[in-house]
Design a protein around this ligand. Structure first.
Ligand SMILES: [Zn+2]
Length: 355
């Protein structure tokens, strides 16, 4: 496996600052310093990993590489976690917090966001093989429509385009995508628009982009539908389900009433479809504030995850901002992060763990 580079370049590369920090963190592992630090400080606490899609070759062309690992990479990572770490469920981790019982060294929690079909077809059988628990956070609107996430619809439109001129919707910028720089810039700008758009505007932006770029193939259905969610629940009991709003909205951009609707509608959909309540919540894009956290709490959730690895989860961690680390395809990264030394060592040396 390639170990020395960002293996998932996607259409937009990570910032230079992030690349430099990442290399420096890897050097701490390769020099043995991270393991030594872990040995001396014996950190206890849990690392929560965030996955999205687990792809096979056939569908990889439709999924933004920033959101996926290959099935081979995932399999090796699960094997590694089984052998070297103490993988526990989110529920068990929460029980430790509530009972104020220290978490065992090298505790790891596995989570997935968004509800990709491959979580049922590819990830779940591997988790079963290694007997590892995991939590999947669903966007119920996307499940109801069995709609492919916007990030992948956009990725596919760019990757499989037959036309190369793009005028950004709701903006006046013209790009020629035959130039790599312009293509990356157009992608970045459109992502920014889509991040802040409501569902109707988001649908309209994607429609306009597809009309202009004329991709040679439509994205296949990449999102679980309710029948498949039920299959997952019935056949893979170690896969716990949580919620991730109804339509994957940046809650920090919404007014109070819309925030409540996003939280309550997804709970209602879930209860209607599965006759059960979900205990955990994942903020889309990790975005939250005090008011949003209060609403998630008031809605009856027991805990919620964010997307930054600010620290290992300890018994003192606020259970409505449980930090998570976005996984990469690299085994070196996984080894580095599961030493137990991170993110503390990175913060001590570089002043930060994440860009
Ligand atoms: Zn998401």
């Amino acid at each position: 496996m390639q170990q020395d580079d960002f293996p998932k370049p996607g259409l937009s590369r990570p910032t230079l600052k992030r690349r430099v920090l990442h290399r420096a963190q890897q050097a701490l592992y390769l020099s043995g310093l991270a393991s030594l630090y872990a040995k001396l400080s014996r950190p206890n606490g849990a690392l929560i990993l965030m996955y999205h899609s687990v792809v096979d070759k056939e569908i990889s062309v439709f999924i933004d590489p920033n959101n996926s690992v290959t099935v081979e990479q995932f399999s090796s990572q699960m094997q590694f976690l089984k052998q070297h770490c103490n993988v526990i469920s989110l529920a068990k981790m929460l029980a430790h917090i509530q009972e104020n019982k220290p978490l065992p060294e090298r505790s790891v929690v596995i989570t997935f966001d968004d509800g990709y079909r491959d979580n049922l077809t590819l990830a779940a059988p591997l988790l079963e093989k290694y007997q590892l628990p995991a939590t999947l956070f669903l966007c119920t609107g996307y499940v109801e429509r069995a709609e492919t996430q916007w990030i992948d619809q956009l990725y596919t439109a760019f990757q499989l385009r037959t036309q190369h001129d793009l005028k950004t919707p709701f903006g006046d910028r013209q790009f020629n995508l035959l130039s790599k720089t312009e293509m990356q810039q157009a992608h970045r700008e459109t992502v920014q628009q889509l991040l802040t758009a409501g569902l109707d505007k988001r649908t309209e932006i994607l429609r306009q982009i597809k009309t202009q770029l004329q991709p040679k193939q439509e994205t296949p259905r990449l999102t679980l539908n309710w029948d498949e969610v039920r299959q997952l629940k019935d056949n893979f009991p170690q896969f716990e389900l949580g919620l991730h709003t109804r339509d994957h909205m940046d809650l920090a951009m919404l007014n109070q009433a819309d925030i409540e609707t996003e939280i309550k509608r997804c709970q209602l959909d879930y209860e209607q479809e599965l006759s059960a309540k979900a205990r955990f919540f994942s903020y889309p894009y990790g975005r939250n504030n005090e008011m949003i956290r209060a609403k998630v709490k008031a809605a009856g959730f027991d805990g919620a995850v964010i997307t930054q690895p600010t620290a290992l989860v300890k018994t003192t961690t606020d259970r409505f901002t449980l930090p998570r680390l976005e996984t990469s395809a690299s085994m070196l990264d996984l080894r580095l992060w599961t030493t137990g030394a991170f993110p503390a060592l990175s913060k001590n040396i570089f002043g930060r763990a994440y860009e």
